[in-house]
Design a protein around this ligand. Structure first.
Ligand code: ASP
Length: 296
């Protein structure tokens, strides 16, 4: 039985799109990719695709990935400029090459070569994004403002797939890559077992390999909710034990039957989900970390 879940409230449109594909018998990979494409095109979403935060050089460089849980094949791109749909380039990396990740100008050349239309900076970089960049630069604050769309979809044939996309944080160092295109950290799926996708500070999520851990815990018998809670709680505490101040870490998880869950170490995390008999809705997540232990 199909099911779909995605990070943050802006992903409601992604889940609604995915639902229409899945309930008419479509494939999980199409549902996740098509849903994420909508968010990539939405200039009002400031952390994904068009209208996203700029790096320290004032460029919009995007990261995205897809993974097929039947084959464990994955495709990802990092620091791609001038294309509206990095998630589709990531899918092409998975389907048309023997590789997993292409980066920067090489990923852009690949996209051009296989016929993706280029999107000029005047289209990709909105006035709002440029204004936020100038304001942050004046404040000379630490890079701030970041989120990711991660979408996990299960189709009626039992295939689990994931698609992710982000621009990373405002004023990030050019060339910086977070967890979003990194298998095992930002995403992981295995059909028959489960899937996970992360959002939050990529450096912390990569240090703790959150997504693979969640899937492995479900393989060992945990429910989606237990796996999500355990991974976020352990990641947070591991970082603290190592002397770090954990930033935001949030995870969405789906099991092989389509049960969905979310976990976070900070307040305010929400996800969107849908399955047969349950129309697309937003679910709020209570933090797994006590209030006085949450970082500001
Ligand atoms: N994980 C993303 C990154 O570090 C950002 C986020 O999801 O908040 O690039």
């Amino acid at each position: 039985m199909w099911s779909i879940i995605a990070t943050w409230s802006f992903s409601l449109q992604c889940v609604e799109k995915g639902e229409t594909i899945l309930k008419s018998g479509g494939r999980a990979l199409d549902a996740a990719e098509m849903g994420v494409r909508l968010v990539e095109s939405d200039p009002a979403v400031d952390c994904v695709g068009r209208g996203g935060y700029l790096n320290a050089d004032g460029e919009l460089a995007l990261d995205a990935a897809v993974m097929c849980g039947d084959t464990l094949k994955t495709g990802a791109v990092a620091c791609v400029r001038g294309f509206e749909h990095p998630v589709s380039i990531a899918r092409a990396v998975m389907e048309k090459t023997k590789h997993s990740i292409l980066v920067g100008p090489y990923a852009e050349a690949f996209a051009r070569q296989i016929g993706f239309a280029e999107a000029p900076p005047e289209y990709m970089i909105t006035e709002t994004a440029r204004r936020k960049y100038e304001e942050e630069k004046r404040r000379r604050g630490k890079p701030s403002g970041h989120d990711t769309i991660g979408c996990l979809a299960l189709d009626d044939a039992g295939s689990l797939c994931v698609a992710t996309s982000t621009c990373g944080s405002n004023l990030r160092l050019p060339g910086r890559v977070g967890d979003t295109p990194i298998i095992g950290s930002g995403f992981y799926v295995q059909s028959g077992v489960g899937g996970a996708a992360a959002t939050g500070l990529g450096e912390d999520i990569m240090r703790t390999c959150c997504s693979f851990r969640a899937v492995d815990l479900m393989r060992g018998g945990m429910s989606a909710q237990e796996a999500a809670d355990t991974v976020v709680f352990t990641a947070h505490n591991t970082l603290r034990q190592c002397g770090l101040k954990p930033d935001c870490i949030a995870l969405i998880v789906i099991d092989a039957r389509g049960n969905c869950a979310g976990a976070s170490n900070h307040k305010g995390f929400v996800y969107a989900c849908a399955r047969p008999g349950e129309s697309p809705r937003i679910v709020s997540v209570d933090p797994v970390i006590d209030k006085d232990e949450q970082e500001d």
